[in-house]
Write a protein that binds this ligand. Structure first.
Ligand SMILES: Cc1ncc(COP(=O)(O)O)c(C=O)c1O
Length: 396
């Protein structure tokens, strides 16, 4: 049987990571990976998570399965974090299950949508996180794209976004990045969320919000404000959350999918479908990461500590954005890099050509994906001047 299998090409990013490993230059810099790094280049375990882990080690009594929907304590805590006052007002309309990362949540969401409307069309931004396409289409959904980021002018082209969505139809799904758009870092403002809400309700679209970076933009409540506007004003909504970045729980695989239905009775049916889908894919989610996130979110002292640590991550990203943008603008005048400090979260396009990306890699040992997307958190006090000088050199 396996003789029939075709070789699958490696992801472009895996190829870049391999080139980086083989590079022995002392100056080498990796801006391609998708994980947060502190100023010393380490992806740290948060102190709040470490403390929760120490407590759980003592408290844990069994390694028996968690339920199909995961830990109720986690599902309640993450729903409250994401939806804020909507959770307190309308929690009987929210069906949440814990999933193996945000990726698992997206896959479950895709299957749920396909059960509601077979082969439904999902509209994804151009560009979007490349893994959105396989995760959502594996259930049988069709993916179409709407214009979003204008690469020429390094900003969202909102009128083009709205006009490309004119061809969407009732029952289509609108995939939105809740905050810290990956890969472009350009987020919608509240006026734009309001226009999107009106479009959703006018056309009868189902909004699907990917919230992989909650808290890394402007703060938890600020980053959730767009999706909360939708929650408060749409009949239905799906939100997929990840705890990989904001809790630093990457390898523990923890996230959630929350579906808002029109009323409590529909919500109970939605929940039974979410659980049934999870059962058919992976049966039960892993426990450890969700137990840690739940412990942190439900203990006041740990929650405060986590919020402070999250603010440190966010502030470092903002500071690097400002320093990079100001540094580049101070040394050249071919490209105005001020968009970098306006954008949010871990990623931005540098906005340079593919040839310049390759030159940065081959001559200066600075690695990024060919689209020029960089991980802002890969920049630190040790390498920032070198990065700025090298970029200025290649674009000159
Ligand atoms: C936009 C987006 N959504 C979802 C995810 C999924 O993250 P995970 O499966 O690690 O929770 C990522 C991870 O990089 C992402 O960038």
């Amino acid at each position: 049987m396996f003789e029939n299998l075709k070789q699958i090409e490696k992801d472009a990013i895996i190829g870049i990571m391999a080139l980086f490993r083989e590079d022995h230059s002392e100056n080498k810099v990796d801006l391609s990976v998708g994980v947060y790094q502190d100023d010393t280049g380490v992806t740290p375990i948060m102190a709040s998570i470490k403390q929760a882990e120490t407590e759980l080690l003592v408290q844990e009594k069994t390694k028996s399965y968690v339920g199909i929907a995961g830990l109720p304590k986690f599902n309640d805590a993450i729903s409250e974090l994401v939806f804020g006052s909507f959770y307190h007002k309308d929690r009987n309309r929210i069906a949440t299950i814990q999933t193996p990362g945000g990726s698992g949540g997206l896959c479950v969401a895709g299957h749920l949508i396909n059960r509601g409307k077979h082969g439904a069309t999902v509209w994804a931004s151009t560009p979007t996180w490349p893994n959105h396409i396989p995760l959502l289409s594996t259930s049988g959904l069709t993916i179409k794209s709407y214009e979003y980021y204008d690469r020429e002018n390094n900003q969202i082209n909102f009128s083009r976004m709205m006009s490309s969505l004119e061809s969407s139809a009732s029952g289509d799904v609108l995939l939105l990045h809740g905050c810290c758009h990956n890969p472009c870092g350009a987020d919608l403002n509240m006026e734009q969320w309001q226009s999107i809400l009106e479009l959703i309700n006018k056309k009868g679209l189902l909004p699907l919000v990917d919230l992989a970076y909650l808290g890394l933009g402007d703060g938890v409540d600020e980053d959730a404000s767009g999706l909360r506007l939708l929650a408060n004003n749409c009949k239905e909504l799906i939100v997929v959350t990840s705890c990989s970045k904001n809790f630093g729980l990457y390898k523990e695989r923890v996230g959630a999918v929350s579906a808002i239905s029109a009323n409590a009775e529909e919500s109970a049916r939605t929940l039974s479908n979410l659980a049934n889908i999870a059962r058919s894919i992976y049966s039960m989610p892993p426990d450890h990461g969700a137990a840690l996130a739940a412990q942190v979110l439900t203990d006041n002292q740990l929650r405060e500590k986590w919020l402070e640590e999250l603010a440190q991550l966010r502030n470092r990203i903002k500071q690097v954005r400002t320093e990079l943008s100001n540094g580049l603008n101070a040394r050249q005048n071919k490209i105005d890099f001020s968009f970098i400090k306006k954008e949010k979260g871990m990623f931005s396009f540098l906005g340079i050509s593919r040839d310049h990306v390759i030159e940065l890699r081959e001559r200066f040992h600075i690695y990024m994906v060919e689209s020029s997307r960089i991980n802002i958190a890969g920049i630190n006090q040790k390498n920032i001047s070198y990065i700025v000088e090298s970029i200025c050199h290649v674009i000159d």
